[in-house]
Design a protein around this ligand. Structure first.
Ligand code: 0A1
Ligand code: ZN
Length: 863
């Protein structure tokens, strides 16, 4: 049987709903296998809809128990129930009430969409279309309703009952049962519905908003792990405060609850007043979480909280507008993290992530515009393009308009669209209105897939003291984009004070395919520093010499471009070979200056572009082994050339015994630099490196240092590595989130033995195909983070991942589809390897009964 190409839904087919639902009254009686849901829906025809239309309510894997219209059972010939929902052919043409009773089996719900159980805790996930797995509904984001939810459960099984909005009432019932009623006054689409019932501990505090509202804030976790929720709770409070200060957005309910669950398909979910999190992004202690984990918790807590305005108060008209909430909210969380930490360091991290995930997506078969125009399965569009490139568009808008007009535009957007389901046009209209600018050309960023290229040339006239800088942009299939290019000229003594009337605040707005800017008063041969702060998500085609990059690395005033110069130099050496002496010398000088001043920045300077980033730069016939070998060679050369300095850093940054762990950016930066130094030293001299790493592992007092040392050791084959891995696995046998790190680390070892190691780890008692974190850690890390072994010439890597996709598709299609996206760049590989990938993709495609999620990815990937 061949998989059919799933049918497409088109943006151009959008029509308003024929009916609206003003109020939803839910009564949910929780039971592990027979949960009963009574939904009372206050419906009315939509004046903007078709007055003769039938009522089609979405439903998925539901069993219908009873159906009443205005209090009377509906005769069986008045409705039809099918696999995708329930249809009333002749509904009333006036306001009416439907009362629907459905029965669900949360214990059997392995898709983790709708109502399910995670380690005994009842929880829900409704975005994008999970509410239809709870009751029949108009499950689309432009139908906004006011919800009241009564939850009933066994008190022993689920002493804590949480819903959206504010608590109204709670009490005991006969037979050991109890109930709680929650009311959410803010109209919302069904995808923001949530409930939780279970045995949970919590940490709590109060926050008073700028409007004087006292909010009870709590983070709920597995009992016994409360102390690990302190950092998340603190991040909630800091997010609340920041959104008031940076965007004037106060919180709007009396309670704000966060719940951590261990089985979750994504990072977290912004349900109104009741955010539900993958526990990986809540639980942290120095013993179990790294600095990177703390930073991710802070960012994701902020992200979900910020959705309260960008997503919930103003929601999306349809799923094509997903970037309206996601791109904007990523931008907001990035700004928050930049304010909490170092802006320059954070910007570098953002760009690395964009290049590692979004650039390849935009260059491969799964490419799509930030606002797609068609989809088969919306759950496959929670992508780096929608999120990260979507955030870059908002950032460019801010650069183009300046901070004041940007803030005024945001205020207007929130004011005009509060309580509405909006579009990208509504968003841009707000900025056009406050600034008087025409943003029609800028809007192309939402519509055009692919990463634009920016090229440049300089012509310096020493006699005249002028420099002409010509910029070109190109992107397949259309006119020029509007892009802000932050730039300046740099000389051997630092930034040149040259005059250019085309720049405003150091930014040139490129609107045409080509433009030339003239600088006057240029006193020496200048090096252009382009795209400072990565002011637009484009690829900058290099026309700089090694000497030019060295000037920027040493002298640019823009920290991002100093880092970028190092990356460019490293890329040249990885791709073209040649002596690394000049690069090493420049890095050494930079370390002397920056290591004491900004250790986090110095650490970033020491980390070379990843193998995937190198592959991005290559158009075809990618050979992961060659990239790996060249990168390893450069690291070894740098490790040797910088040995004295790296040893000095190692010694200087050792923390005095007894220093308490703090996750703050300064302490994390020192750890990052010290661990980067260790890693590079070990690359230069594996033998002493192994001993040094083993000693550091022994001495480590927190997970950041322990995992870094283990990671260094993991790259050096031998008994010391195996002993260290075994000891780590035993030490954290009861810590699933730490075992995930251990799984991931082993899965990314770039050696032929790794697939076999993974097969062994699949039999580890903690591994489970039903838990997305475990699968991501073991098989996802291999697929996305081990290019030499995933794309092995013998096809064993592709087969390993394909087998997992096939096994997972039956229980969790969303997770299976996500894993399959690892094949996205297969066509660029060397022919023999590409052929193996294609074989596996065809094998997956031929599986009978494939889910729509996987069928969609596989057909697009092969196409
Ligand atoms: N809106 C969430 C992402 C999310 C999307 C789908 C989910 O279903 C499994 C879960 C979460 C966010 O941006 O954080
Ligand atoms: Zn989001």
């Amino acid at each position: 049987m061949r998989t059919e190409t799933p049918p497409l839904i088109h943006l151009s087919d959008y029509r308003p709903s024929d009916f609206l639902i003003d109020r939803v009254d839910l009564d949910v009686r929780l039971h592990p296998s027979r949960t009963r849901v009574t939904a009372v829906l206050a419906l009315r025809p939509n004046p903007a809809g078709d007055p003769d239309a039938p009522l089609r309510l979405d439903g998925d894997e539901l069993s219908l128990v009873a159906l009443d219209l205005d209090g009377r059972p509906l005769p069986e010939d008045a409705y039809a129930v099918g696999p995708s929902g329930l249809v009333l052919a002749a509904p009333p043409r006036r306001p009416f009430t439907l009362s629907i009773v459905t029965e669900l089996d949360p214990g059997a719900n392995t898709k983790l969409m709708g109502l399910y159980r995670s380690s005994g805790v009842y929880c829900t996930q409704c975005e994008a279309d999970g509410f239809r797995r709870i009751t029949y509904f108009l499950d689309r984001p432009d139908v906004l309703s006011v919800y009241t939810t009564r939850i009933e459960a066994d008190r022993d099984e689920a002493p804590v009952l949480l819903g959206n909005g504010n608590p109204v009432e709670a009490g005991a019932l006969d037979g050991g049962r109890h109930y709680a009623v929650w009311h959410d006054p803010h109209p919302k689409p069904a995808y923001l519905f949530a409930l939780v019932g279970g045995r949970l501990g919590n940490v709590a505090t109060r926050f008073t908003t700028m409007e004087g509202r006292a909010v009870a804030v709590a983070v709920h976790v597995e009992p016994g792990k409360e102390a690990r929720a302190d950092y998340a709770l603190d991040a909630v409070v800091r997010s609340m405060k920041w959104d008031e200060e940076a965007f004037g957005r106060p919180y709007d309910l009396d309670v704000f609850n966060v719940v951590a669950v261990s089985d979750f398909n994504m990072g977290a979910m912004e349900n109104k007043g009741l955010n539900i999190f993958n526990d990986k992004y809540v639980l942290a202690s120095p013993e179990t979480a790294t600095d990177a984990d703390y930073a991710a918790i802070e960012a994701i807590i902020a992200h979900e909280y910020f959705h309260n305005w960008s997503g919930n108060r103003v929601t999306c008209r349809d799923w094509f507008q997903l970037c309206l909430k996601e791109g904007l909210t990523v931008f907001r969380d990035q700004e928050f993290s930049s304010d909490m930490r170092s802006r320059a360091v954070h910007r570098i991290a953002e760009v690395r992530q964009l290049r590692a995930r979004q650039f390849p997506e935009d260059a491969g078969p799964l490419r799509h515009p930030v606002r797609p125009t068609a989809y088969a399965e919306i759950n496959n569009f929670y992508t780096a393009t929608v999120y990260e490139k979507g955030a870059e568009i908002v950032r460019m808008l801010k650069t183009l308009l300046g901070p004041d007009a940007f803030r005024a535009g945001m205020d207007r957007y929130f004011a005009e669209n509060d309580g509405r389901a909006a579009t990208v046009e509504d968003f841009l209209d707000a900025f056009a209105a406050v600034s008087g600018r025409d943003l029609a050309a800028f809007a192309q960023w939402y519509a055009r897939p692919g990463t634009p290229r920016l090229a440049f040339r300089t012509a310096y006239d020493a006699a005249a003291g002028t420099c002409d800088l010509t910029l070109w942009q190109s992107l397949d299939g259309g006119s020029a984009l509007v892009m802000p290019v932050a730039l300046g000229l740099v000389g051997t003594g630092g930034a040149l004070d040259a005059d250019c009337p085309d720049l405003a605040d150091g930014v040139y707005v490129l609107k045409d395919a080509e433009a030339t800017l003239r600088f006057r008063g240029v006193t020496e041969r200048p090096v252009p520093s382009l795209l400072r702060g990565f002011s637009a998500p484009v690829r900058l085609d290099g026309a700089l010499t090694e000497e030019d990059h060295l000037v920027l690395l040493g002298r640019d005033t823009d920290p991002f471009n100093r880092w970028q110069a190092g990356q460019s130099l490293a890329l040249r050496l990885i791709r073209g070979g040649g002596p690394a002496d000049a690069f090493a010398e420049a890095l050494g000088l930079l370390l002397d200056a920056e290591a004491p001043r900004d250790p986090a920045f110095a650490a970033l300077m020491l980390s070379l572009p990843g193998e995937g980033e190198v592959a991005n730069e290559i158009e075809a016939e990618v050979d992961p082994d060659a990239i790996h070998g060249a990168r390893k060679g450069l690291r070894a050369a740098l490790g040797r050339a910088l040995r004295d300095r790296l040893e000095g850093i190692e010694a200087r940054l050792a923390e005095p015994a007894g220093t308490p762990y703090s996750p703050d950016a300064a302490a994390a930066g020192r750890r990052a630099l010290r661990n980067a130094a260790l890693d590079l030293l070990a690359a230069g001299d594996p033998e002493t490196g192994a001993a040094r790493a083993a000693a550091r592992l022994e001495a480590a007092t927190n997970m950041t240092d322990r995992l870094a040392a283990l990671g260094t050791l993991a790259l050096i084959p031998g008994d010391a590595r195996e002993a260290a891995l075994a000891a780590f696995g035993a030490r954290y046998a009861d810590e699933p989130l730490v075992l995930d790190k251990w799984f991931a680390l082993q899965a990314t070892i770039p050696e032929p033995g790794t697939p076999e190691r993974i097969e062994g780890l699949k039999r580890h008692p903690a591994y489970a195909l039903t838990n997305p974190n475990r699968v991501r850690a073991l098989v996802g890390s291999f697929a996305f983070g081990n290019p030499t072994q995933f794309a092995r010439a013998d096809g064993a890597g592709f087969a390993l991942v394909a087998d997992t996709v096939a096994a997972l598709d039956g229980t969790n299609p969303q997770a299976a589809a996500r894993l399959l996206t690892a094949f996205g760049s297969w066509r660029k590989l060397k022919k023999s390897r590409a052929a193996k990938a294609e074989e596996m993709l065809n094998r997956i495609k031929a599986i009978p009964g494939l889910s729509r999620d996987v069928a969609d990815i596989v057909t697009r990937t092969i196409a």
